[in-house]
Design a protein around this ligand. Structure first.
Ligand code: NAD
Ligand code: ZN
Length: 366
């Protein structure tokens, strides 16, 4: 069992461990109070875990309801959000009541935004069930839905009152879904924790490792990742500066996601984006070649891809929709060494060239 305290504008605690679904009602009561709770969950996670959470909430004195939406990024959109809000209004939740977002990053983002909007904002408990949501999206207070024009274009900063991550839930992920979360874990190590990177190289986190007795070590890795995310967002809650480091691999990664029509996982696309920007940095002389070799080897060991089949032109066309773009320039995270990256503002034409240099056979230098 681990706890991590996040000193946000409204501080909150992350509880991490096993058998926390059963204990969630009491933890939520202490952190958020209220009388009614709506559990927002998706069609995969709901049947597995919503019943246990609902029972625990009822045992803690809540009246609990479950709103279930169809799983998938394509449902992280306005229609689902409005349906969740109507569901809350029909059950007459008021300002003191609570939303529990139980699921992966899609549920956390959508349920979190529903909590931010309902009656101008009610208490939120994040209960991440995917590896990606545990190590990344449930901490930091970013919530959003996608618009037709792009991902995460409508959202709000809304801090949870508490985060409850039951690592026992990871056992029902597929190996691919587990690997997807490793994309963000490797990202955290690359931006600021060379020791974590070495530890991951020694024993790469995989689904097989988890189910063959590795739960305790995976919990340690998740805890370290939550601390990293905590430290970055505590220094810069609204992404004015240092928080942008968390976007390592994301400008190209988002373009890969869009080119793949969101059929590839977010972490998978971030892995490809990290390799492409690192390849470009190596070709530009900003990063040593062994950094790229280690990054590719680690991601491969986690079961992730290091390149994609989209052309540089296709990726650039998709990247132009990235909301990190500012007029004719874009902020990019450039790796220099394992554990050391910098944020650089790059003209869009230069970004196009970087994407080309990031292709496995791109550029002239290698
Ligand atoms: N808010 C942030 O700071 C932030 C950060 C990173 C990513 N994100 C967002 O998170 C989303 C990606 O998150 P994700 O990969 O968790 O996606 P997801 O929520 O779609 O989950 C992936 C799949 O795993 C299933 N699932 C989740 N937990 C499960 C479990 N324990 N057992 C069985 N199945 C389970 C889900 O139903 C889904 O099919 C994207 O929309 C991305 O934009 C947000
Ligand atoms: Zn991400």
């Amino acid at each position: 069992m681990h706890t991590v305290d996040v000193p946000a504008s409204t501080p909150y605690r992350v509880h991490l461990g096993t058998r926390l679904l059963e204990a969630s009602g009491q933890i939520i009561r202490e952190a958020a109070g209220g009388e009614k709770v709506v559990i927002v969950t998706d069609s995969n996670v709901g049947p597995l875990y919503a019943g246990i959470v609902e029972q625990s909430l009822v045992a803690a004195g809540y009246e609990a309801f479950t709103f279930t939406f169809p799983a998938g990024e394509e449902h992280k959109r306005a229609e689902t959000l409005l349906a969740a809000l109507e569901f809350m209004a029909e059950r007459e939740l008021d300002r003191r009541d609570v939303v529990v977002a139980l699921g992966g990053g899609v549920t956390g983002d959508m349920g979190g935004l529903a909590a931010a909007l309902y009656m101008r904002g009610i208490a939120l408990a994040q209960m991440p069930t995917s590896l990606l949501a545990m190590v990344d999206s449930s901490v930091g207070g970013k919530t959003a839905i996608d618009l037709a024009a792009g991902k995460n274009l409508a959202g709000a900063f809304w801090q949870p009152r508490v985060v409850i991550a039951d690592v026992g839930c990871l056992g029902t992920l597929t190996p691919e879904q587990f690997a997807d979360g490793c994309g963000e874990i490797v990202k955290h190590a690359m931006i600021c924790d060379p020791e974590l990177f070495c530890a991951l190289e020694l024993t790469p986190p995989t689904y097989d490792y988890l189910v063959s007795g590795g739960m305790a070590r995976i919990e340690e890795i998740v805890a370290r990742n939550i601390e990293i995310k905590r430290d970055v967002v505590a220094a810069d809650e609204r992404e004015g500066g240092a928080r942008k480091l968390l976007n390592f691999g994301h400008s190209i990664g988002h373009a890969v996601e869009a080119c793949a029509a969101y059929r590839l996982g977010h972490g998978t696309c971030v892995a490809i984006g990290m390799c492409m920007i690192t390849r470009a940095a190596v070709r530009a002389g900003a990063c040593a070649p062994e950094v790229l070799a280690r990054l590719e080897a680690l991601l491969g060991a986690c079961g992730l891809e290091t390149a994609c089949s989209f052309s540089a032109e296709e990726l650039y066309a998709c990247a132009l929709h990235d909301k990190k773009r500012r007029g004719g320039a874009i902020d990019l995270v450039i790796p220099h060494a394992v554990g050391a990256c910098s944020i650089e503002t790059v003209a869009l034409e230069d970004f196009a060239a970087l994407i080309a240099q990031g292709e496995k056979n791109g550029g002239n230098a290698c």
